[in-house]
Ligand binder design. Structure first.
Ligand code: PGA
Length: 248
């Protein structure tokens, strides 16, 4: 049986707890028959517990957008992987470009977070992607390979199966300018080769960056793309449901 496509919603800093519950009630009804894909919703931390409860016995999994790289301690305002896992959250995003840019997360920090998340039995969506400058200089593969090697450094082989890579070109995030599907597919293929060559690992690769109902099926039908990480277009239940059905 072919692997299920993964359709993930990264809400970023959007939706209150009550808006989250309203969305999920509406959305789970809309996608009740979409059992051919794995759906993951990443709401803000404060809504995680309600989201988990709302999605019990549905085909929607819940993930955290971040976790700290230490287990516990004097890190005011932070949330650990253990805390996230304790409330039955399944996934965490590590290395999103907004975390790298606005919160100064280096490859080394991303690597520590991935270690911590996996130690706590969370599955990881590991984001990589290049700036426009890197793309224009023809250095995309080199850049991505560096992010992958550093981000997955010393991850025990048996844990690599819990990693999904999301290819998100920075210049396509939130801009309305998605990359063309052949280029995205080419990078996804390169990521798979890179994982095989450097780690002997196989992983699903998602595409993210200005995905919307009108372009979702082009990406999802590309040979090397196994799913989507959707920001803006996942905030509306109707539009996110359309994207889920594009994966059927
Ligand atoms: P976007 O965001 O769909 O709004 O471009 C994607 C992401 O940041 O994961």
């Amino acid at each position: 049986m072919p692997m299920k496509k993964i359709i993930a919603a990264n809400w970023k800093m959007n939706k209150t707890v009550s808006e989250t519950k309203d969305f999920l009630r509406d959305f789970k009804d809309k996608i009740r028959n979409a059992d051919n894909c794995e759906i993951i919703v990443f709401p803000p931390f404060i809504s995680l517990l309600d989201a988990v409860r709302e999605c019990e016995n549905t085909n929607i999994k819940i993930g955290a957008q971040n976790c700290h790289c230490e287990s516990s301690g004097a890190f005011t305002g932070e949330v650990s992987a253990e805390m996230v896992r304790d409330i039955a959250v399944d996934y965490v995003i590590c290395g999103h470009s907004e975390r790298r840019k606005y919160f100064f997360e280096t490859d080394e920090i991303v690597n520590k977070k991935i270690h911590k998340a996996l130690e706590n039995n969370l599955k990881v969506i590991f984001c990589v992607g290049e700036s426009l400058e890197i793309r224009e200089n023809g250095k995309v593969n080199e850049w991505i390979e560096g992010q992958i090697k550093n981000g997955l450094k010393d991850i025990p082989k048996e844990n690599l199966k819990n990693i999904t890579v999301a290819y998100e070109p920075i210049w396509a995030i939130g801009t309305g300018k998605a990359i063309n599907t052949e280029s995205a597919d080419g990078v996804a293929e390169f990521i798979k080769k890179c994982l095989a060559d450097n780690f002997g690992a196989k992983a699903a690769v998602l595409y993210g960056g200005s995905v919307k109902p009108s372009n979702a099926s082009d990406f999802i039908n590309s040979e090397n793309i196994d799913g989507l990480l959707v920001g803006g277009a996942s905030l509306d239940a109707e539009s996110f449901a359309e994207i889920v059905f594009a994966a059927r």
